[in-house]
Design a binder for this molecule. Structure first.
Ligand SMILES: Nc1ncnc2c1ncn2[C@@H]1O[C@H](COP(=O)(O)OP(=O)(O)OP(=O)(O)O)[C@@H](O)[C@H]1O
Ligand SMILES: [Mg+2]
Length: 248
């Protein structure tokens, strides 16, 4: 059974077709990167999956349940977790409290006490390597530490599907490598599927994704294993704006 199925999703804004008949299937525990040039429709797709936008046409199926019309807040308890491009911590709360919020509002919502959620928070804080900071105010963390805290909060939601919005943009290569190692470890341990929207962080795509979906002008151009997708002539053409050099 697929974890998530998008069937023929179309989304327009005014006269502009941001997504044109896009279908995608994601299995449990899969690591997928969605890439494409500016305006390709990546963020729109992300917002359709997370429930921020409704599609004009098409269906979204999560574990065989039709969630096309379900609002975002109802999706979290089913097993959706997400990180934001710009982390939005509660700056004056501690790291521990920030992460505990994930446990309270994720798939365990209504099933855990405050004490339980603080315990869950401790587990993920340790996993992302922030133990030494757990009682500090979130506002005092460095940007990379904030991203790791954001990750701990998303994981504390106990998601089956983790949506990462540009989580590695602007990071130092060393930190990207660390994040990639971390996500692989998470996949092994918790069987979480990760869908990562990455703009220009090819290092992360190659290091992380097992599969890449390349978008172009609202359509799915290629959906293949990472090595295949990134050497596909149509993809090279879209990125370089010309056909690939065939003499090589
Ligand atoms: N809320 C909106 N209202 C109107 N047009 C929108 C809206 N959101 C996106 N669009 C348009 O839809 C198209 C796809 O945009 P989207 O943001 O999904 O692309 P993207 O692949 O995320 O691009 P980028 O790499 O620049 O982030 C673009 O032409 C964009 O201008
Ligand atoms: Mg975008």
């Amino acid at each position: 059974m697929a974890l998530l199925k998008l069937e023929n999703i179309t989304k327009t804004f005014g006269g502009l077709m941001a997504l044109n008949d896009v279908s995608l299937e994601i299995e449990h525990g899969e690591l997928i990167a969605i890439v494409g040039p500016n305006g390709a429709g990546k963020t729109t797709l992300f917002n359709i999956i997370s429930g921020v936008y409704r599609p004009d046409k098409g269906k979204i199926i999560f574990e065989e349940r039709d969630i096309t019309r379900m609002p975002a807040y109802k999706r979290a308890p089913l097993g959706f977790g997400r990180t934001f491009q710009i982390p939005r911590p509660f700056n004056s709360a501690t790291v521990r409290e920030n992460v505990a919020v994930g446990a309270m509002f994720g798939s365990l919502a209504g099933k855990v006490s405050v004490d339980d959620s603080l315990e869950i928070a401790d587990r993920y804080i340790e996993l992302v390597g922030l133990e030494a900071h757990k009682d500090k105010e979130a506002g005092s963390l460095t940007p990379v530490e904030k991203k790791m805290m954001e990750m701990a909060r998303a994981l504390a939601m106990k998601p089956k599907l983790l949506l990462m919005d540009e989580a590695m943009a602007g990071m130092h290569p060393k930190d990207i490598d660390e994040m990639v190692r971390f996500l692989k470890k998470i996949k092994e341990k918790e069987n979480i599927a990760v869908v990562s929207m990455v703009e220009h962080v090819m290092r992360a795509v190659v290091g992380l994704a097992e599969r890449v979906m390349v978008m172009h002008q609202g359509s799915k151009l290629v959906d293949a294993k990472t090595e295949e997708a990134l050497t596909e002539p149509r993809v090279i053409e879209v990125y370089l704006g010309r056909p690939p050099d065939e003499s090589k």
